[in-house]
Design a protein around this ligand. Sequence first.
Ligand code: PGA
Length: 247
Amino acid sequence: MNKNLRAAVIAGNWKMNKTRPEAKALVEELKPLVKDADCGVVVCVPFTNLETVLEAAKGSNIKVGAQNCHFEKSGAFTGEVSADMLVEMGVEYVVIGHSERRAYFGETDETVNKRLKQALANGLKPIVCVGETLDERESGLTEDVLKRQLIKGLDGVKGAGDIIIAYEPVWAIGTGKTATPQMANETIGYIRRIAKDLLSEDFSILYGGSMNAANAKDLLAQSEIDGGLIGGASLKPNDFSIICNCD
Ligand code: PGA
């Protein structure tokens, strides 16, 4: 992780896993393991676990995030949660535009953009996900897709602020297939150039997609990679802590 240039962050994405007692146990186990980590440590947990995890993480270096927020302030949006509800609880981070939300819940570049603006307006630190599918990579469309996701996703946003970008090739998520460190580095370098052109500022950019205790060191040693967004391995305290404790 290029800690001299940009903030390094390792964020866990628990997805739809863990009941409250399980969530508490996981955080309790994680706390001593990551207490000396030389990077930001974040866990993005289901809405139902936020209060439990905030309480369990109190006084530690573990920050708490949600996995989505709605783009309106309040109103008739059954089943949704607003950014200010999260902030009021003490939540600091929010994942926006994860590929699973794009694939299964109708998330588009436009809704990503609206959620991002709402998150920023409320002082949340957004982790905005971008990434190409296997078809898109194999058709040579990776750069076009990422450029479109960034242009539309960041449209009208003023300055990088607290935005973190996560590059997650869809074909690497939960599949055990990781982008090679060189491939991830090159693609994140491309994302950085586009994002810098758009907002004239640098961003912390994370890699996500089957990052684990065994491959994290090589990925995080790459000059463009500022951290990771970790799914499966974030559910195992020991593995997640190995990633957090990489230099
Ligand atoms: P994975 O998930 O680490 O299980 O591949 C990453 C993510 O979806 O954020």
